[in-house]
Design a binder for this molecule. Structure first.
Ligand code: SF4
Length: 219
């Protein structure tokens, strides 16, 4: 399969920074290296096709979007701090080189991780902080459409599993056929249309008041 890219997150981040007022804290959060901006926006775009979301008032949609952003930001901060304290040498973790190798057919689109919850069958559960299995198994809450541990690799404009070496067994079993199936569905292209994504991004920035999100997630 051709190694296509779904999105250019750096371009999107530059555009958001250019249009937002200097010091806008929502933009600062969305543009942090690794923050799954594109997936968050695709998530919101996806919800537009769901009845429970479209039947909400516009105020309720804004409140829900801010709640979801706060939940993402909170876990992002927790995972970042955990990653910052990981031992530098991979061999000090209980995993093999196979656990660290990305299969050749993977183009890091992250579509396989755009599933909010999965079977929490982790080979090294003791290495993960308490509560993370639960996040993986049940997702981050209503409206969240992608894995709590999916980040962005800004240098490659693709997805990044933030717990790759410790990921669940079902994540390791995902093969080229399933991968191709996702690529051939209409959703990746439709939901990644640059103009649509930018429109959702501006809506989010315009309506997110960072003060409505717990200050604990800033930092
Ligand atoms: S744990 Fe990693 S590989 Fe598994 S679904 Fe989440 S981001 Fe993807």
């Amino acid at each position: 399969m051709e190694n296509q890219k779904l999105f250019d997150s750096n371009r999107l981040k530059r555009s958001l920074k250019r249009k937002a007022k200097a010091g806008n804290s929502t933009v600062k959060l969305l543009c942090r290296p690794g923050f799954p901006l594109y997936y968050m926006l695709r998530n919101l775009g996806w919800l537009k096709g769901e009845r429970w979301w479209t039947s909400l008032s516009s105020r309720a949609r804004r409140v829900n979007a801010i709640r979801m952003l706060g939940q993402r930001a909170s876990l992002f901060k927790e995972v970042k701090s955990w990653r910052d304290n990981l031992p530098a040498a991979p061999e000090s973790l209980p995993c093999t080189s196979q656990d660290l190798t990305v299969p050749e057919y993977c183009n890091k689109c992250g579509l396989c991780c755009e599933v909010a919850s999965g079977m929490d069958d982790f080979p090294f559960p003791a290495q993960l902080p308490a509560g993370w299995k639960e996040f993986f198994g049940n997702g981050l809450g209503k409206g969240h459409r992608f894995c709590p541990f999916l980040w962005e690799d800004n240098s490659a404009s693709g997805g990044l599993c933030s717990i790759y070496q410790l990921r669940s067994r079902p994540c390791r079993l995902f093969g080229p056929d399933e991968c191709e199936f996702f690529w051939n569905s209409s959703e990746p292209g439709e939901l990644s249309d640059g103009k649509k994504i930018l429109k959702v991004a501006r809506w989010l920035v315009q309506h997110s008041n960072w003060r409505q999100i717990s200050p604990r997630v800033i930092g």
